[in-house]
Design a protein around this ligand. Structure first.
Ligand SMILES: CC(C)(COP(=O)(O)OP(=O)(O)OC[C@H]1O[C@@H](n2cnc3c(N)ncnc32)[C@H](O)[C@@H]1OP(=O)(O)O)[C@@H](O)C(=O)NCCC(=O)NCCS
Length: 147
């Protein structure tokens, strides 16, 4: 198993598979711009994408490092893959000088809520965050910047 920086070549494998890893369709978040101009990590095993994290430093608030997607192949859950990706991203965020990690999830996504709670995030329900009637939990964790 290898973990490496996410790049443009990961877009198609992610587009073809990540949708099925979520409880509901997420094609919109798997947009090519994230793979060309943002970043994160890809996890591969036997040349197959089995996990990814899309994350970047917020342009609007430089204190915040935002995780846009974390997803792991259903057959590979519970192995600590997502926790390892969060650890890597937190190190990166600290090196940027960020003080907060942020992610957003659907209130119905119990796996995401359980995972983030275990990672030390607290949650705030924000009405209409994802569109009219589309409430979301904004998840935040304080971190100590390395700078
Ligand atoms: C959420 C997700 C990324 C977790 O990936 P994972 O690789 O299985 O997680 P890990 O094995 O690294 O688990 C790390 C910790 O989170 C906990 N955790 C993982 N899934 C959990 C769940 N469904 N409910 C409660 N806790 C969970 C684990 O128990 C573990 O805790 P521990 O360190 O005390 O043992 C995975 O379930 C997934 O891809 N879900 C679909 C995509 C998704 O919803 N992404 C989140 C969008 S915000």
């Amino acid at each position: 198993m290898t973990v490496r920086p996410l790049g443009p070549d990961d877009f198609l494998p992610a587009w073809e598979s990540v949708d099925a890893w979520f409880a509901e369709a997420v094609h919109e978040p798997v947009h090519p711009v994230f793979f060309h101009h943002f970043g994160g990590y890809a996890v591969e095993d036997d040349d197959e994408l089995i996990g990814l994290l899309v994350g970047f430093r917020s342009q609007a608030n430089r204190d915040v490092a935002y995780i846009h997607i974390v997803a792991v192949h259903p057959d590979r859950r519970g192995e600590g893959i997502a926790a390892d990706l969060y650890e890597r991203f937190e190190r990166q965020a600290k090196s940027w000088g960020c003080t907060t990690l942020e992610a957003v999830t659907d209130p119905a996504n119990e796996a995401a809520l359980g995972f983030h709670e275990g990672q030390g995030f607290w949650k705030e329900l924000v009405p209409d965050w994802g569109g009219r009637g589309e409430d979301r939990y904004v998840l935040r964790k304080r971190i100590e910047p390395a700078l």
